[in-house]
Design a protein around this ligand. Structure first.
Ligand SMILES: [Zn+2]
Length: 399
């Protein structure tokens, strides 16, 4: 084999070994051999180098105090990620370690009238505060989660249907010029799926649809272990599938899109209209007669208590969401469907009726196979996913 060929095999083995240590720590060298089929001598040579470079550490495990075993783990004290999740109502900034423990978090509220510059300044304030508090920590990069359309190649935010003025914002350039650190950005839906995949069972599953329903409706699609991004990188816009011919206008220019019916804002507005028309509902009591306090959580809680207004609307919404998701399943044949976003954060109420509609409308062969999961990470999924993106990209570059 040529020198170049040998180097290439060495580099591939190094990446495989480092990745196994990172994701399965603490791990024995013999376990690495078993999983990777790499020779033990090569594993010993490569892990010695990784130990010398300070990327991994040896940890001892005692068996009845008689025998000490040396296991390998990532040198977690060496690496921290900063991440920010920009959503319709708030920006959340996290500092996490490689095990995704939250070292520090800052949340700043966003008003509808805030401009992109004002929101970016809020994010900078939070990031600055964390940098000042944790000067001694080695922060390797900044990950940004944004809910909207992103040109991932150019790292430019193209549009947002939830925040005003976010058109052609070169977010990576803006953040990188201030902090001189690697900056990574992605849409919040795939980042939420990345966060869910920190769970071992979900990481093992390669065909997944993650659906996020809240202020917007989006899906992240994973097929064969890879994200399906589409030609323009904008795949997964479930919110713009037309479900009601001649329905309400959508910000995309079309009519009757799913997002004109089933976002939390649309649901809240419809319930308020019913309440204003004088129909009795326990939601009145739940918000002390202040209709501005009605939110998706109070509506779902009322549905759980058999409130008629809440039930009418949740039945209808389950129908539309179930049909749209059944269509996705029939096209993509996923193994797992994960429900995330505001709609499922505090209540499981919508899970059963949506799954019922899905089951009725997917191919009979698919129904017994599909696994339904509720997202583990609620509000912090985007920021955790952005931290995971920082580590993935960073380790890909240095190892
Ligand atoms: Zn639309």
């Amino acid at each position: 084999m040529s020198t170049f060929g040998k180097q290439s095999v060495y580099n591939t083995n190094r990446k495989v070994i480092f990745d196994l240590i990172r994701k399965n720590a603490p791990i024995l060298r013999t376990e690495i051999k078993k999983i990777s089929n790499i020779r033990l001598a090569t594993i010993t040579e490569i892990t010695k180098k990784l130990l010398d470079e300070g990327l991994i550490v040896e940890v001892s495990k005692s068996d009845n105090n008689t025998h000490k075993t040396k296991l390998l783990a990532l040198n977690s004290s060496q690496f921290y990620a900063m991440s920010a999740d920009i959503q319709a109502k708030r920006v959340l900034i996290l500092l996490t370690d490689t095990a995704f423990n939250i070292i520090y978090q800052i949340e700043k509220s966003i008003k509808k009238t805030d401009t992109p510059n004002q929101i970016i300044d809020m994010m900078f304030e939070g990031i600055d505060e964390i940098f000042n508090l944790f000067k001694e920590k080695h922060i390797i990069g900044i990950g940004i989660s944004f809910t909207g359309m992103i040109d991932r190649e150019k790292c430019v935010i193209l549009a947002s249907s939830q925040l005003q003025g976010w058109v052609n914002i070169p977010i990576k350039e803006i953040v990188q010029s201030r902090y001189q650190l690697p900056v990574f950005i992605d849409d919040s839906t795939p980042l939420n799926l990345l966060a869910e995949r920190l769970d071992e069972d979900i990481a093992k599953c390669n065909d997944i649809i993650y659906v996020q329903i809240g202020a917007g409706i989006g899906t992240a699609i994973m097929s064969d272990g890879r994200f399906v991004r589409g030609h323009l990188g904008l795949a997964g816009e479930l919110g713009h599938s037309v479900v009601s011919q001649g329905g309400k206008p959508c910000p995309c220019g079309n009519y009757g899109c799913l997002r004109t019916i089933a976002t939390s804002e649309e649901i809240v507005n419809r319930v308020i209209e019913s309440l204003e028309s004088g129909t009795y509902s326990i939601i009145y009591e739940m918000v002390d007669g202040d209709l501005s306090k009605v939110d998706i959580h109070s509506i779902l809680s009322a549905a759980e208590q058999n409130d008629k207004i809440a039930l009418n609307i949740t039945d209808e919404i389950s129908h539309y969401l179930g049909i749209a998701l059944a269509n996705c399943i029939n096209i993509l044949n996923p193994k797992m469907l994960i429900f995330g976003g505001e709609m499922f954060e505090r209540s499981d109420y919508m899970l059963e009726p949506i799954q019922h509609v899905i089951a009725k409308n997917i191919l009979p062969q698919f129904a017994p196979e599909i696994v339904y999961r509720k997202a583990h990470f609620a509000e912090i999924g985007g920021a955790i996913g952005a931290a995971a993106l920082v580590f993935e990209e960073y380790f890909l570059q240095i190892v």
